[in-house]
Write a protein that binds this ligand. Structure first.
Ligand code: T1G
Length: 709
């Protein structure tokens, strides 16, 4: 080994037990050299008469987190002959996989090919390959059904979920669950000594008993295919996973492994797998703030408070409680606070009724939310999130009061969805401690946590905000200050364009169908009905007063003026049966659209689905380029992460900018330039878009030259 080069896989003889340690920080991925090291170590242990049994363990914070995803889609050396799970399968001496941190993907597959598995309670195991558009390609689809039965294997492999060690132990994936605080290495050595002489060594591949489930219920595979149809729409990987598991139940183990490999090879370079790998790494990039050191000391955030117990404030408090925080919440009046607490309880009860939350867990979370009546009760809090009405005077008054009460160093965040953060900051004597933390409705569900940089926000405050978002289960993205910040600002042209297409002859149900077929969970008009049309109406009135050349939306206004507020009163862009949420097209809406368009004198036309899709998304691509050009977001891939987690953009299409690249930056630019000629100023191409098109630079690689401003 060259001087200073680290040994990726170490072997040491500890009183006759061969300890094989994988050491490839940060997550012990199976990067080149690691599989080879494991193979050599297992063969060495088998060849050495002094070795009675072996332990396979990870150095650092984890077992093995799986194949090195960065290697996929590259021209990596084809693995000839042996792979770790083959050599483990052939081992004559018992191998004990000792798991802490994560055993995921190829890492868990290696553990399954070992003879025994032990784990500490905090460990998590899983086969998450489907989440990056592939399937377990190292025997996982053949061993897991033999271990837990095909039915459970279908759920685990098509969901890709992480299974906490206690549950994995109950399922039989883990043979021994260690007590809290146990020393994993010592426990593994003791376990290996206990089983050293067991012959034949137990191998999962030899256990066919649980596969009998599929003989009793051969229809389980087609039934499962039907059950995932909605969430697996337009995707291949989930169905390939089912095919591989079905093969485990119908052909020999070795045949099944071969079938698994064929199915894997069909997926590795699929559009879906490439897009999902892009999304995976984009979600890691978004945490990196180029102008703030990664080791910046964070401020404490252990005891948060929320100002405002309305829909958003309540959802924010739930986000904290859901992630183990005790959180205080207050509102302007005891009645408002009481209403807020009742709404929080009702939200949790809905989850309990749906079966997604246990009743005792609900009580635990409710107990973490502490209503308080006075600002004095939150004076010692480390962080406060203001979620009051979107009116500047109200926010200014709240921040003045917070400034007077909160301890020095406390961080003051606003959940505003678009008001200039500096207005709140300048209402205090500590503008450096103020930033935006914009949640997306419903705040306890949507993952996007948009951190907004005020002109005076201190670097450690921004770093703490980004970290806090992750701590409450969100995906944090940093935005510069400005109207609509990044996510909503990039979405605004989409919302404008969908209304304008109604003026030209499209119908809500046609637009929604296009977007649902594209992969959105529900269409944009149905989504508006969900959040309520009166909110948009008020915003349009405010904008029209603020910006003289603001383009009015008469159709949208007429719908609201006709008393159609959305699901909340049974009619909006669609009509709804009492107590139902299913949107039904309403001739009354079509009449309002046609009549208003006629009064506006707009020439009517028909639309292809592709034109509807491009009119909506290209409008946002253009705005995203403007945002990047102004330095209000670091990367185009950050915009993609915001669209995935703020607007439900289909993940298997990578994100807004990634999807546009699949069409090509030049074609996107040419189409926008053509619409600029046809429709006027709102389609003026962003200068950055033009520069990218001229240079042939992919949109997803665009960055804010000169940093975040
Ligand atoms: N390959 C390459 N890099 C990886 C990686 C991986 N599998 N996992 C993490 N990283 C990088 C990540 O990009 C980041 O880099 C750093 O490690 C810390 O990650 C044959 C084919 C394990 C739960 O899908 O889910 O096995 O930004 O910030 O929050 O059947 O990483 O610091 O430069 O996410 O503590 C299956 C993917 C692969 C697991 C840890 N395995 N990883 O989360 O840290 S396919 C996975 C994760 C496979 C086999 C198939 C998470 C984590 P940087 P992080 P974390």
């Amino acid at each position: 080994m060259a001087e200073g080069e680290r040994e990726l896989v170490r072997f040491e003889n500890v009183d006759g037990i061969g300890v094989i340690t994988v050491d490839n920080p940060p997550v012990n991925a199976l990067s080149p050299g690691v599989p080879e090291g494991i193979i050599a170590a297992v063969e060495r242990g088998n060849a050495d008469p002094a070795i009675r049994a072996m332990v396979l363990i990870g150095a650092g914070r984890s077992f093995i987190a799986g194949a090195d995803i960065r290697q996929f889609g590259t021209r990596r050396p084809v693995v000839l002959g042996k792979r770790p799970h083959d050599v483990l399968d052939a081992s004559r001496k018992p191998v004990v996989a000792a798991i802490h941190g994560y055993a995921l993907g190829g890492g868990l597959e290696i553990a399954l090919a070992a003879n025994y598995r032990i784990a500490v309670p905090s460990a998590k195991v899983g086969l998450p390959e489907v989440l990056i558009g592939i399937l377990p390609g190292s025997g996982g689809t053949q061993r897991m059904p033999r271990l837990v039965g095909p039915k459970k294997a279908l759920e685990l492999i098509t969901s890709g979920r992480h299974v906490p060690a206690p549950e994995a132990h109950q399922l039989g994936i883990i043979d021994e669950l260690l007590p809290e605080g146990a020393d994993l290495r010592e426990a593994a050595l003791a376990f290996a000594r206990r089983v050293a002489d067991v012959r034949p060594v137990p191998r999962i591949r030899d256990r066919d008993g649980k596969l009998a489930e599929a003989k009793v219920d051969p229809g389980m595979f087609d039934a499962f295919r039907k059950s995932i149809a909605r969430r697996a729409r337009n995707q291949k990987a989930p169905y390939h996973c089912i095919d591989a598991i079905e093969a485990a139940c119908t052909v020999s183990f070795d045949e099944g492994v071969k079938r698994e490999r064929e199915l894997f090879d069909e997926l590795e370079n699929s559009d879906e797998a490439r897009a999902l790998r892009y999304a995976f790494f984009a979600e890691r990039e978004v945490n990196k703030l180029p102008d703030i050191p990664r080791d910046t000391k964070l401020r404490p955030t252990d005891n948060p408070a929320v100002i405002g117990a309305g829909t958003m404030g309540g959802g924010i408090a739930m986000s904290f409680a859901d992630n183990g925080f005790d959180v205080k919440i207050t509102d302007a009046t005891p009645e408002a606070l009481e209403r807020g607490m009742a709404r929080i309880r009702a939200n949790y009860e809905t989850s309990v009724k749906r079966g997604s939350l246990g009743a005792d867990e609900m009580e635990k979370r409710l107990a973490r939310i502490h209503p308080v009546e006075s600002y004095d009760d939150i004076a010692d809090c480390d962080v406060v999130i203001e979620a009051a009405f979107e009116q500047i005077p109200i926010k200014e008054e709240i921040f003045k009061k917070l400034d007077a009460v909160m301890k020095p160093g406390a961080i003051l965040f606003s959940n505003t969805s678009g008001i200039d953060i500096d207005i709140m900051a300048n209402a205090t004597t500590r503008p450096q401690d103020v930033a935006g933390t914009h949640f997306f409705a419903p705040a306890n569900v949507m993952k996007l946590f948009e951190v907004v940089k005020g002109s005076k926000s201190a670097p450690d405050v921004l770093a703490t905000a980004m970290d806090l978002g992750r701590k409450i289960g969100k995906v944090s993205g940093l935005a510069g200050n400005g109207d609509g910040f990044v996510a909503n600002r990039s979405r605004a042209p989409f919302s404008m364009e969908m209304i304008i297409m109604l003026e030209e002859g499209a119908l809500p149900e046609q637009v929604d169908k296009v977007m649902v077929d594209f992969g959105y969970p529900i269409g944009p008009f149905a989504t508006s009905d969900l959040s309520g049309l009166d909110i948009g109406y008020d915003t349009r009135k405010r904008r029209a007063a603020q910006y003289p050349n603001y383009r009015k939306q008469p159709i949208a206004d007429r719908i609201v003026e006709a008393g159609r507020l959305g699901q909340k009163n049974g009619k909006g862009w669609y009509r709804y049966e009492p107590g139902e949420r299913t949107p039904y097209p309403d001739p009354e809406v079509a009449r309002i659209i046609t009549q208003t368009a006629a009064e506006m004198g707009v020439e009517q036309r028909s639309f292809t689905d592709d034109e509807i899709l491009r009119r909506l998304l290209f409008a946002s691509v253009n705005e995203a380029c403007r945002i990047l050009d102004e330095g209000k977001v670091w990367r185009a891939s950050d915009v993609d992460v915001m669209w995935l987690h703020g607007f439900g953009f289909p993940r298997y299409r990578g994100g807004l900018m990634y999807w546009a690249d699949m069409i090509g930056v030049r074609e996107v630019y040419n189409q926008i330039a053509a619409w600029h000629q046809r429709y006027g100023e709102r389609w003026a191409p962003s200068p950055l878009l033009r520069r990218l098109a001229e240079a042939g630079t992919p949109l997803r690689e665009a960055k804010a030259e000169g940093g975040l401003r």
